[in-house]
Design a protein around this ligand. Structure first.
Ligand code: M6R
Length: 612
């Protein structure tokens, strides 16, 4: 949440900051701003998108070879010009950008007000800025020492970058609980929430650890210390990201591009990790811990949102194949009870970003109680991947659309491999069944390609339903999480109220909602529950509901009942979510476009939820 970017070096900072903010805009987009040092401290900030900031900056002084920029997802204070970052200290000497939340900002503010400080915004960030200034003045220390002392006083999460008008040859960056990466160029540094603003300039990066701060000097020197003032040796890594992976590549939106990337990225996720012909699976992280995972009393899956839905699919698959008990927990709830977790449990934490605050907090609890943590993340080097004992990357490449699509399908593919590897190790699956599933898994990219050819047909269906105010998504068994995910996609980007339910639960309540205005989408690809699903469809039709059904080729029974059908290729039932989710992603996409919604940056949302 919130995107931050900074630059110091020989180049003009403004164009670098603006380009970086556009790449980070998926993290928050209610206001944006930059601060530049050019003998003076120039602040340009504006409510709205980065493009609004650019218009606001037209004709104004934008010079300076050191600067910081921010795109905001509001926490404290409404989106407005005043609450936009950067925030400036009372003396107008210091400027800060911040991603995160300072929890004890109210008490700090009270103290600062007593000492004569005034505040222009409602933000916690302005409080932190003035706390640093106050310490700098009172203790007569340099800016980095003031920042270090201040950060020892604050409670909460932050990634910050600070510049000082009196010290134009350095910028200071610090993190705790919010990501921050430093790009190293030739006598220049870039700082950002993720590598996307950096990748076109350098591939050499340092990921700052929690409770560390970096002082980046114009002469190319970099010092990293922890908050106890102990010097740290920077660990320089090579970025594996390419520029084209973070651009739209000819598509109108990132979401559409990412939906269409699914065949490729699933292939990437599986490559080198399985071979159907030879009957092997080798997911690096699982190999080492397979015995411990298989002997676990429970696998606790902790995740949020879409990642929680892939966890629900994993529950079906792991229990079916590896026969290990699985519980799927909302990480955001798990942390607020006193869960029973022991050293015999394993937590599988699933997260696209690897930065979700709730999932990190759930991991912390499970880790304290000695559970093994297995992280499944997309973003390489992310916090969750670093705090896990073992794990696997999904290799979906950068996912920029706020609504998760390719990250979901690669998570499901990886969890499938994990289940198969555990089952093979345990001997709970026959060699022939294992091969059969592996062969089907290899075919999945082609089947998704085929599902993608339905795009025009789905657009036609979208045109029939885009004015609906409500939607029900129903599925049985492994298709229940698919129903949840389909409903989440629709509500996130089209703002239509949508509910996902197990189809059998309909009669226990949701059936009361059904009338001629209620579209009900059935995911009806499971052979095992076909008759039951047909009965549920009959029940909806009997109450004049409109039925859209996702079916396999040649399902005459459902075709005869439904108002609209979407025919996806048939596959092994345990793998079917990978194919049946595709038309649901496309349907929500087209409905959102028809309602004039911004599919990549839906209102109120942010890609990476780094606040509680
Ligand atoms: O990065 P994570 O997978 O941990 O994110 C979890 C959720 O915030 C995320 O899946 C969210 O629900 C998406 N907007 C879904 O499209």
């Amino acid at each position: 949440m919130c995107g931050i970017v900074g630059y110091i070096g020989p180049k003009e900072a403004y164009p670098i900051l603006i380009k970086g903010l556009k790449r980070l805009e998926y993290r928050g987009y209610d206001s944006a701003g930059v601060a530049l040092l050019n003998g003076d401290l120039t602040i340009l900030k504006k409510e709205g998108k980065v493009s609004d900031l650019e218009m606001h900056a037209e004709g104004k002084n934008k010079t300076g070879t050191v600067g910081i920029g921010h795109t905001r997802w509001a926490t404290h204070g409404v989106p407005s010009d005043l609450n936009a970052h950067p925030h400036v200290s009372n003396s107008a000497q210091l400027a800060i950008i911040h991603n995160g939340i300072i929890e004890n900002y109210a008490s700090l503010k009270t103290e600062l007000v007593k000492r004569g400080y005034t505040f222009k915004s409602d933000t916690d960030t302005e409080v932190l800025m003035n706390l640093i200034e106050d310490i700098k003045k009172e203790e007569e220390v340099d800016i980095e020492e003031a920042l270090r002392i201040a950060l020892n006083e604050v409670v909460g999460a932050y990634a910050i970058v600070v510049i000082d008008k009196a010290n134009p040859d350095k910028i200071i960056a610090a993190r705790k609980g919010s990501p921050l990466v430093i790009g190293i160029g030739d006598k220049e540094f870039y700082v950002a929430s993720d590598a996307s603003p950096i990748v076109e300039f350098t591939k050499e990066v340092v990921y700052l650890n929690d409770e560390e701060f970096a002082v980046l000097h114009r002469n190319g020197d970099m010092e990293i210390k922890d908050l106890g003032n102990i010097t740290k040796t920077p660990y320089i890594q090579k970025l594996e990201m390419d520029l084209e992976t973070i651009e739209k590549g000819g598509y109108d939106t990132f979401m559409l591009k990412e939906i269409y990337e699914q065949p490729k990225v699933i292939g990437d996720a599986l490559r080198g990790r399985m071979n159907a012909k030879e009957g092997w699976i080798k997911l690096g992280g699982v190999s080492e811990f397979a015995t411990r995972i298989n002997n676990a009393e429970r696998l606790i899956i902790g995740a949020c949102g879409t990642s929680w839905h892939s966890g629900l699919i994993a529950e079906y698959v792991i229990e079916e194949l590896a026969r290990v008990p699985v519980e799927v927990e909302y990480a955001s709830e798990f942390r607020y009870r006193n869960p029973i977790v022991t050293s015999k449990d394993v937590m599988i934490a699933i997260s696209q970003s690897g930065e979700t605050a709730d999932t990190l907090a759930a991991i912390e609890i499970a880790k304290e109680r000695q559970a093994l943590i297995f992280g499944i993340c997309n973003v390489i080097g992310s916090s969750i991947s670093r705090v896990s004992h073992a794990g696997a990357y999904t290799h979906a490449g950068p996912e920029i659309g706020v609504a998760s699509t390719k990250a979901f399908s690669t998570q499901v593919a990886i969890l499938m491999l994990m289940a198969l590897q555990l089952a093979q190790k345990k001997g709970s699956i026959s060699a022939s069944r294992l091969r059969q599933i592996l062969y089907e898994l290899e075919e999945i990219p082609k089947k998704i390609e085929e599902a993608l050819t339905l795009n025009d047909e789905i657009e036609r269906i979208a045109a029939k339903y885009f004015e609906a105010e409500n939607f029900l998504y129903l599925g049985r068994g492994i298709n229940f999480p698919v129903a949840l995910e389909g409903a989440l996609k629709l509500k996130e980007i089209s703002y239509i109220h949508a509910e996902g339910y197990p189809a059998a639960e309909m009669k226990h309540g949701p059936i009361a909602l059904i009338d001629e205005n209620m579209p009900v989408l059935f995911i009806a690809t499971n052979k095992s529950a076909h008759e039951k699903i047909v009965s549920n469809i009959q029940e909806v039709k009997a109450r004049k509901g409109k039925v859209i059904a996702v079916i396999n080729h040649a399902d005459e029974v459902i075709e005869g009942l439904a108002d609209d059908v979407i025919r996806v290729p048939e596959t092994e039932e345990l793998l079917s979510p990978l194919v049946s989710i595709v038309p649901l992603q496309l349907l929500s996409y087209h409905i959102a476009l028809m309602r004039n919604c911004n599919v990549d940056q839906p209102r109120n949302l942010a890609k990476s939820v780094t606040v509680e």
